[in-house]
Design a protein around this ligand. Structure first.
Ligand code: AQP
Length: 343
């Protein structure tokens, strides 16, 4: 049994540059990346997973822009490229090299069970890219390449993290080694699954065709206020206990967003707004969202004005990442039996 305490406490996580950043990405992922960076317990590595993004079609110039915008979003939200390693995945070729090894460790049955593949491939799975099916094995490589012990993610990534653990366990077992850690997912807080503003049963997503379904980190104050004003709700006032939100997904979503933005528990928010109508609650939520997100979007647009500097930071991040990645890949090749890898 692999003992994780023998590994350096290290955090890895990534976001796809498959569109603009949403409030879901911010609350479910980036805000928590910043907390883990600032907490001082872990070495932190954050990534723009551009190779994952192309599992569905990306216009090349949009992909370039979205990658830089995501880098700007990370930095504007508090990721410090000196304290954390910040890079785009494709600049560290060891990710795909280890990804290939894991393609040969993971089983077809595991991949076909992934609900995200089923959701994204939809009814036309035969026409989906092979990469869309294989992508969780590359994600396992992203994580295990750094011997990461912890991965902060939103709830939708739970199944992929379980697959990462299965890949590490099978590799260690097949080769009789204790080489890869069994990574712990870090999924907690009130915003692990921020829902669409138009449909409380669907996750808020950057690729949702409706822009009104999400708040983008680049939205201005008017757009944020309008989207919250038009967010789907029900005619009831807010209840006085959390239990009263049980069958009200849209109401629960807005309360959870408020709580996450204000760093409070949802019970505390309910206690403050109990009995109030959405007509009163929504403007308060809009004010809070604008107050928290405007400084980030202003800083993002300032950073985006100097794309050469962003590119320089990412290249430097990639160099630092490769220093950690190269020895792990070399040792993996050696374990697997590749000639030229050292034995
Ligand atoms: N709605 C959400 N609530 C909480 N967390 C979320 N995350 C995404 N949406 C929400 C978390 O953000 C991180 C990066 O996700 P990703 O961009 O790599 O992929 P995704 O989960 O597929 O996000 P999207 O926005 O839905 O992208 P598209 O539309 O391209 O598929 C992850 O930690 C994720 O959990």
């Amino acid at each position: 049994m692999t003992d994780n305490t023998t590994f350096t406490p290290r955090v890895f996580s990534g976001i796809q540059p498959s569109g603009g950043l949403t409030l879901g990405n911010y609350l479910g992922a980036i805000k928590r990346f910043v907390e883990m960076q600032d907490g001082g317990t872990y070495q932190t590595i954050y990534c723009m997973v551009d190779l994952h993004a192309i599992t569905v079609w990306q216009n090349p110039s949009d992909l370039r822009r979205n990658t830089r915008e995501l880098a700007a979003g990370y930095i504007a939200s508090g990721i410090d490229p000196e304290r954390s390693i910040l890079m785009n995945q494709s600049q560290v070729p060891e990710h795909t090299q280890l990804g290939w090894i894991f393609n040969c460790v993971a089983r077809m049955g595991w991949m076909k069970r992934m609900t995200q593949f089923k959701d994204k491939a939809g009814k036309n799975a035969e026409n989906a890219s092979l990469g869309l099916l294989a992508y969780p094995a590359l994600m396992a490589a992203d994580i295990l390449l750094y011997h990461s012990t912890h991965v902060p993610v939103g709830d939708d990534q739970k199944q992929h993290l379980e697959l990462t653990r299965d890949v590490a366990t099978k590799f260690n077992h097949d080769y009789g080694v204790d080489f890869f850690p069994i990574t712990e997912p870090v999924i907690h807080g009130v915003a692990t699954r921020v829902m669409s503003l138009r449909d409380g049963s669907k996750k808020m997503s950057k690729s949702d065709p409706s822009d009104m379904s999400r708040i983008n980190l680049t939205d201005d104050a008017d757009a944020i206020a309008q989207k919250i004003r038009k967010a789907k709700t029900d005619p009831e006032p807010l209840p006085d206990t959390l239990d009263g939100l049980a069958d009200r997904p849209e109401a629960a979503n807005l309360v959870n967003i408020y709580a996450a933005l204000d760093d409070r528990g949802a019970d505390d928010v309910i206690a403050e707004f109990a009995g109030q109508q959405f007509g009163a609650f929504k403007p308060k939520l809009a004010d809070l969202a604008v107050a928290k997100l405007s400084p980030i979007s202003c800083e993002m647009s300032r950073l985006m004005d100097d794309s050469a500097e962003l590119d320089r930071l990412l290249a430097r991040g990639a160099d630092r990442a490769r220093e950690l990645a190269a020895p792990v890949l070399k040792k993996t090749y050696e374990i697997v039996g590749m000639v030229g890898a050292g034995t």
